[in-house]
Design a protein around this ligand. Structure first.
Ligand code: FAD
Length: 386
């Protein structure tokens, strides 16, 4: 649950807000073909994908309200190319495919998912030189070109322009996808599982038992349930964001290390990585430092106040990459967790891969790098524990 107040909920229509609390405590369908546990962007995208692919009846359960985990606190940026500088090629390929699926959803989901195309402008990651792996679509800019694209920048430096990236309001995208899912029970937490042989036969919840054909756990962190021990190493990394009052400055998209402009002229800034800070609440010193950096970059903004400020926790596996896998030893149970900094970006492709795996009964080839076995040496990565 984001602490503080994120901007996203205030941008929703009444109908979108209603989606977030659908079916509070009521399980309409206790024998679904597919049960999805977890109503963040990854779970909702997976439930929608399974239903649209004809996988049968689909039920999604969520312990709180939809989007009440990391999803409701994200920045909502969909910028796959930038990961070329920092992440494995398989990760970048997956991220690119996922942005394409986001674009398809924009065309096919009733009312769209609210995707906004934008350009990314930012400094080279290594100021001493150009990284050997560059995004193929990145256009190099000198400091003068950056200054003309971002007027008012106090310290224009050489950088890159990457066109055709995107962003969403994560809660709006989630609400629009949730509208496709036939059965949702919010306020319903999974508490235990029962396994018989190689099948998960029962998922016990605070609203009663569910007997699913297939189960997908999309719980942000690996699930901690009686009868299920994934043994996967994972932790939470806190981050702060703020949104200013409407700003007189106009940005040409998302300006890395500065801000992203929202539709109404407000600026979204921050996205700190507060490693080691486990305190649950918003820290005013962190918010003040984000504002101070904004004023230093764009002095015309000095004195502009934060209208929204919040923090949230990103679920992370030790290599910073997600797990997308079947639970070991179980034929009908899947897990996706640890989406860390890019779960909004990666949700549609994750959903699509799991849907294909459930439908075809075998893993799609692209899923191979994201298996849980890569952590096997760290301890017991088993499925059922009863
Ligand atoms: C400050 C910040 C900025 C970010 N910016 C971006 C960005 O710009 N772009 C991007 O792509 N990503 C971004 N992220 C990352 C993104 O928010 C996450 O990767 C993503 O939201 C993870 O989605 P999820 O569905 O896996 O998890 P969550 O959103 O955490 O959802 C998991 C859900 O499962 C539910 N759940 C857990 N256990 C149970 C249970 N036993 N029974 C029922 N329900 C259960 C939880 O209540 C929760 O709602 C950012 C994150 C932060 C914190």
């Amino acid at each position: 649950m984001p602490a503080g107040t994120a901007v996203w909920r205030d941008q929703l229509t009444a109908e979108e807000s209603t989606q977030l609390v659908r079916g509070a405590g009521v399980i309409e369908q206790p024998r679904p073909d597919v049960l999805v546990v977890g109503g963040g962007i990854v779970g909702v995208a997976t439930a929608a994908s399974c239903y649209l692919a004809g996988a049968g009846s689909v039920l999604l359960i969520e312990a709180g309200t939809l989007g009440s985990g990391a999803t409701g606190g994200a920045a909502g940026l969909l910028v796959p190319e930038v990961h070329t500088w920092s992440d494995p090629e398989s990760f970048v390929a997956l991220a690119r495919s996922s942005l394409e699926v986001w674009r398809q959803l924009e065309q096919t989901i009733p009312g769209t998912v609210g995707l906004t195309e934008l350009n990314w402008i930012g400094p080279p990651p290594d100021p001493g030189g150009i990284s050997p792996r560059q995004p193929p679509a990145a256009e190099q800019l000198d400091a003068g070109q950056v200054a003309s694209l971002v007027p008012g920048l106090a310290r224009p430096a050489a950088g890159f322009l990457i066109r055709r990236q995107a962003r969403v309001n994560p809660l709006r995208a989630l609400a629009r996808l949730a509208a496709v899912v036939p059965s949702i029970a919010t306020g319903t937490a999974a508490t235990a599982v029962t396994v018989k042989g190689s099948r998960m036969v029962t998922v016990s919840t605070t609203g009663g038992d569910i007997h699913p054909g297939a189960v997908v756990f999309a719980t942000g962190m690996p699930p901690l349930l009686q009868g299920l021990a994934t043994g996967l190493p994972a932790s939470l990394v806190k981050g702060h964001l703020l949104v200013t009052e409407p700003s007189p400055v106009r940005l040409p998209g998302t300006v890395a290390l500065v801000a992203t402009q929202l539709e109404d002229g407000r600026l979204l800034a921050g996205g700190t990585l507060d490693t080691g800070d486990d305190s649950p609440g918003v820290r005013q010193d962190v918010i003040d430092s984000i504002l101070a950096e904004l004023y230093a970059q764009l002095p015309d903004l000095t004195g502009l106040r934060a209208a929204y400020q919040w923090c949230c926790f990103r679920p992370r596996h030790p290599d910073g990459c997600p797990v997308i896998d079947q639970l070991p030893g179980l034929d009908n149970a899947w897990l996706t967790s640890g989406h860390f900094r890019t779960g909004i970006l990666m949700a549609p492709i994750t959903a699509q891969m799991i849907t294909r795996w459930i439908s075809a009964g075998r893993p799609p080839p692209e899923v191979v790098p994201w298996g849980s076995a890569r952590f096997a040496h760290r301890g017991n990565a088993s499925g059922a524990s009863n």
